[in-house]
Design a binder for this molecule. Structure first.
Ligand SMILES: Cc1cc2nc3c(=O)[nH]c(=O)nc-3n(C[C@H](O)[C@H](O)[C@H](O)COP(=O)(O)OP(=O)(O)OC[C@H]3O[C@@H](n4cnc5c(N)ncnc54)[C@H](O)[C@@H]3O)c2cc1C
Length: 400
């Protein structure tokens, strides 16, 4: 930039944008946060499983592995220091057939490589944690927790307000251009915000915001909806904590699982179906523009060739049939039946897709002059948010 960096505009008021703003403010910078909705954390951050992940799944050395293991600690510490409800309850990853044992062992090795406390246990030991579980073996992970991510956002917003940050709800970034004499100008409809640097944390719209800023992002966002059911309160006692399946290593999602939330309710899900709109929380939420955009991207068709059959079709069937959803859960806890399930909410994941049809596994960050763009921040980015915030703030300063 060649001049002193004083001000930064952050686009997106989810947990990542807010954490970036917090880290920038702590370094004495003047920060504006633009959020198009009327509340903070309105999309992915407000529609997720509220699990503080331990960091066992991710490739050792990847940003996800490093930032989720560190984030597991920093997020829990932040919650404890700021009166945000959190509970480190641990979880079980359950192998339900001998076919899954090799993958469970690989997961145990990954946990060790990532420095995550986890141990392989017998079916009897698994039933001491979860009496209703069906397991041929399990991995017990101690550092997984449950939290209230929207309450984390509220705590960060309080800190930012106290530090004098300029926080704007109902303020979409509509156009971005380089400022005369350096920096950036962001048009919001009723104002133009000038700053020395820009950070794009727009989640489901991050690729479009990057394009608006003149970048050609390497990947496109594909929206994957994750739907939840809840166990009827009288059946919630079937689950004491968190029960996960052994994930399919070829897919970026963890598989439908059972999660006891802080209020004692038990959530089941999320599945993963292609959403027909970027912020499409139901099948009937359709955007022709989003569909055309997705259909015109070559990566979409290559992805479809890989996953449409049988994985994609099975996901659609499970989305439309409570009985199928219940059957997936019954593999983990055989006592669960369709009658025990009540529809709950849904979330939409912003998953980056490359032109060759591969899903971007790691967090993806691209920089340009005066700009840092977060282009893939799926799970466990909520867990890792404070770490991502520090990492991005370093990049903003290094770029200056
Ligand atoms: C179903 C589901 C379950 C998950 N479970 C977990 C979990 O248990 N643990 C975990 O760690 N992670 C989980 N995740 C992932 C986690 O929720 C996300 O990684 C995280 O919330 C990403 O935060 P974000 O700030 O990048 O995105 P978001 O929360 O989506 O925020 C982006 C914001 O940008 C705003 N925006 C977009 N465009 C503009 C614009 N032009 N101008 C202004 N504002 C704009 C949006 O309105 C939005 O509020 C889950 C995600 C989903 C969907």
């Amino acid at each position: 930039m060649g001049y002193l960096l004083r001000s930064v505009v952050v686009i997106g008021g989810g947990i990542v944008g807010l954490a970036v703003a917090r880290s920038l403010v702590s370094r004495g910078l003047s920060v504006t946060v633009l959020e198009k909705e009327d509340r903070w954390g309105a999309h992915q951050t407000g529609h997720n499983s509220n699990v503080v992940h331990a960091g066992l799944y991710y490739k050792p050395g990847s940003l996800k592995a490093r930032m989720s293991v560190a984030g597991n600690h920093s997020m829990v510490e932040y919650a404890q220091a700021n009166d945000v409800p959190v509970q480190v309850c641990g979880k079980l990853v359950v192998a339900t057939s001998t076919d899954e044992l090799p993958a469970l062992r690989v997961l145990a090795e990954r946990a060790e490589a990532n420095g995550v406390p986890a141990k392989l246990i017998t079916p009897e030991e698994a039933r001491e944690y979860e009496p209703e579980v069906a397991a041929v073996a399990a991995l017990r992970v101690e550092s997984t927790g449950i939290i209230d991510f929207p309450a984390v956002c509220a705590a960060i917003v309080r800190e930012l307000s106290a530090a004098g940050a300029d926080l704007r709800l109902d303020t979409p970034a509509l156009a971005i251009r380089a400022g005369l004499g350096g920096g950036v100008e962001v048009a919001t409809g009723d104002a133009v915000i000038r700053a020395d640097a820009l950070v794009n944390c727009a989640g489901l719209h991050s690729d479009r915001v990057a394009q608006m800023a003149g970048l050609t992002p390497r990947a496109r966002i594909v929206p994957f909806r994750g739907e939840y059911y809840e166990l009827r309160p009288e059946r919630a006692s079937l689950v004491r904590g968190l029960i996960y399946p052994v994930p399919d290593p070829t897919l970026p999602f963890l598989g439908v699982h059972l999660t006891r939330m802080l209020d004692g309710s038990v959530h089941a899900g999320p599945n993963a179906v292609l959403a027909l709109r970027r912020e499409g929380y139901r099948w009937r939420d359709v955007s022709l523009a989003d569909l055309v955009d997705t259909a015109r991207y070559p990566g979409t068709w290559r992805l479809a060739r890989k996953y449409a059959y049988p994985v994609g079709l099975d996901e659609v069937r499970r989305s439309l049939s409570k009985t199928r959803f219940a059957a997936s859960l019954a593999r983990l806890v055989p006592a669960v039946t369709a009658d025990d399930l009540v529809r709950s909410g849904a979330g939409v994941r912003a998953q980056a897709l490359l032109p060759d049809g591969s899903l971007v596994d790691d967090f993806l960050i691209e920089t340009a002059r005066d700009q840092v763009h977060v282009l893939n921040a799926p799970s466990p980015a909520a867990t890792s948010a404070l770490e991502i915030g520090n990492h991005i703030a370093n990049q903003v300063l290094e770029n200056a």
